[in-house]
Design a protein around this ligand. Structure first.
Ligand SMILES: CC(C)(COP(=O)(O)OP(=O)(O)OC[C@H]1O[C@@H](n2cnc3c(N)ncnc32)[C@H](O)[C@@H]1OP(=O)(O)O)[C@@H](O)C(=O)NCCC(=O)NCCS
Length: 179
């Protein structure tokens, strides 16, 4: 078993941003190096808002994700193979999964996070997770808006972090607002 257990290379959508069509799909072990390059190309600000710490070396993180039987990873991949956004869900024995998301700065604000959010919810349901939760900084307006448009609830606050949850059993599908 591995992080590919919930389906490797499963196409979950396409999204156009910066003049190219991105493929939204589940990641495979062969994506290891591209995933590491993705994380290492993020700005320190994006790394901090994603991980709440400055992380410089992502090999251990990516290896643990890809080898985890209870993890599902969704990527936004450009036609040249470059990964420009990633959303993950790492489950536990209860079926609760912790989620995180990041988009390369030059692709932010163009709907990539929304496409990945929809895909990670779909992939999490396919994996049988009951609940998805995550932490966002209280002043992270983009992440807050993204979570709310998919029906998340704020269930706690820990200093500068909000805990948000999606009940995957109650809501049978994402509910994005707008067109
Ligand atoms: C959060 C993040 C993933 C959103 O990705 P994105 O591709 O920019 O998201 P989208 O373009 O789909 O926008 C999602 C929503 O946020 C809003 N938004 C985007 N950037 C925004 C900003 N700077 N300020 C306020 N709202 C913003 C959009 O308007 C959209 O809401 P709407 O559909 O109601 O209009 C991205 O900003 C990011 O990688 N941030 C750093 C990592 C992070 O914060 N992760 C979350 C914690 S795990």
């Amino acid at each position: 078993m591995s992080g590919e257990a919930c389906g490797c290379g499963r196409i979950l959508g396409r999204h156009r941003a910066r003049g190219v069509w991105l493929t939204i799909r589940t990641a495979c072990r062969r994506d290891r190096d591209a995933l590491i390059r993705f994380y290492e190309s993020l700005s320190l600000e994006t790394i901090y808002t994603r991980f709440f710490a400055i992380v410089r070396y992502f090999d251990p993180y990516v290896d643990s994700l890809l080898s985890n039987a209870r993890a599902v990873v969704v990527v936004a991949e450009a036609p040249d193979g470059r990964i420009v956004g990633v959303a993950e869900a790492v489950g536990d024995e209860r079926g609760y999964a912790e989620s995180g998301i990041a988009v390369l700065e030059e692709f932010q604000g163009q709907g990539v996070g929304t496409a990945l959010g929809k895909a990670i919810l779909e992939a999490s349901r396919m994996c049988g997770f009951k609940k998805l939760y995550g932490y966002i900084m209280v002043d992270n307006r983009a992440a807050y808006r993204l979570a709310m448009k998919f029906g998340a609830r704020v269930v706690g606050r820990y200093e500068a972090l909000l805990r948000i949850e999606f009940d995957l059993e109650a809501s049978r599908g994402p509910r994005p607002r707008g067109p």
